[in-house]
Design a protein around this ligand. Sequence first.
Ligand SMILES: Cc1cc2nc3c(=O)[nH]c(=O)nc-3n(C[C@H](O)[C@H](O)[C@H](O)COP(=O)(O)OP(=O)(O)OC[C@H]3O[C@@H](n4cnc5c(N)ncnc54)[C@H](O)[C@@H]3O)c2cc1C
Length: 448
Amino acid sequence: MKNYDVLIVGGGPAAITIAKILGPHKRIGIIRPEKFSMIYCAMPYAIEKIVGMDKTLKKDSLVTDSGADLIRDKVVNVDFDKKAVHTEQQQTFYYDKLVIATGSIPFLPPIDGIDYDGVYTFKWEDDLKSLNDASKDKHKKKAVVVGAGAIGIELALALKSCGLETHLVDMAESVLPNLLDRDMSGPVEEELKQAGLFLHLGRKTEKVIGKQQAEAVVLDNGEVINLKDEFNAHGIVVFSVGMRANVEIFLNTALEIGKMGVIIDSKMQTSLPDVYSVGDCAQFVSGITGEPIEGKLATNAVPMARILAKNMLGEQREYAGFYNGAATKIGKLFAGGTGLSETVARKKYDVIVGYSELTTMFPIMPEAKLVKMKLVVSRADLRVLGAQVVSGNPVTDKVDLVTMAIQNNLTVNDLTGFSYSAQPYQSFFPANNLLVACAEDILSKSRN
Ligand SMILES: Cc1cc2nc3c(=O)[nH]c(=O)nc-3n(C[C@H](O)[C@H](O)[C@H](O)COP(=O)(O)OP(=O)(O)OC[C@H]3O[C@@H](n4cnc5c(N)ncnc54)[C@H](O)[C@@H]3O)c2cc1C
């Protein structure tokens, strides 16, 4: 039995951020069940053998060096009236303030065969170990990855690189549907085909069939992807079809839970006094529309946690919502997006879209590659709503630049006056700039 100033349930990036900031100042306890916290983003690259498996595990000292107590246990119940937390190992901890940072769990569709051997999600250390073992088998299994979002694609490419016949299935008509509009995803699809993946787009996964093991996957057009061969009685099926807030232990309590997680305000306060929530388990809003959005990412969990921790030290920061910046790597290509895609924006706004295509270096340089941008703005006030970038070079700097424009309500008029830098190895000629060219395209369309 111990009393903490701040007790954090969870051991992911949100919880760690809070422990690191508050550890030197307050009595902090952090409770998580798993032996190691994981660097989830690196998991595909461990399978691909770009980083060692051990590199996906975070060191406990990240938490304990700050002075926080790390408690390896699982919370089973919170008594909000008594401010007491009960755990699986029958421990009880008391708090002055509680932070719920229980993260998310992979969604599994309720279809036949979902519980068969060989069917995985892709989040937990066990998933990683099983898939990594399979990638080293002498006789390679066949694999189906369901979900062509960033995680699904990174995993599918990793499995393929290890020699597995790999199929990528998505019910959307194009890949990366939450990141890129269809008119931007063509080069990505081409890259995936070149890598040797079999794409099944616009196809729903109906069921997994076999004798308690994944022998085949059946799609809604009747197509059957056979996973059995002369060496393997079954194959691998990984569902990477989104995450759900992990709030099960709080259902049927006084804590208000929304469709996408624990309900919070702009200071991470829940419906209960002295109880806060941050990260994937919280229901957060779009910084653009103010409406709840999906997009559970560490780049949202960490800033939310930082705001909460700083406020617990006396600051008065507010969370404006998530702007949806995200990026991925697809073979030799990099793709990213921020804000609203055209598809999403059109549900709420009358929009104008613009495009620009330049090179990543002066075009006369031998290593220059193509880079393409799409910008989405509101027709009414020419305010920037979103952008997408596909390039032969990393894109996060460009994506983040547009996020800053969105966060500051900039318009295409502001962007046409953007003052940029240029150098032969790092940009197009001084004569043009990707963002400015895109803004000019929109401005000329707005005058028609
Ligand atoms: C394969 C993969 C790749 C990703 N790539 C990226 C990327 O490139 N960029 C990016 O920004 N994001 C990426 N993400 C998403 C990112 O990892 C999550 O958004 C982030 O981990 C959320 O942090 P969190 O602390 O809110 O929750 P989580 O990381 O989910 O952590 C939740 C913690 O709570 C613990 N917990 C749950 N229930 C209890 C309980 N009852 N008692 C005690 N502890 C409990 C869990 O064990 C865990 O330690 C990726 C995710 C995956 C799976």
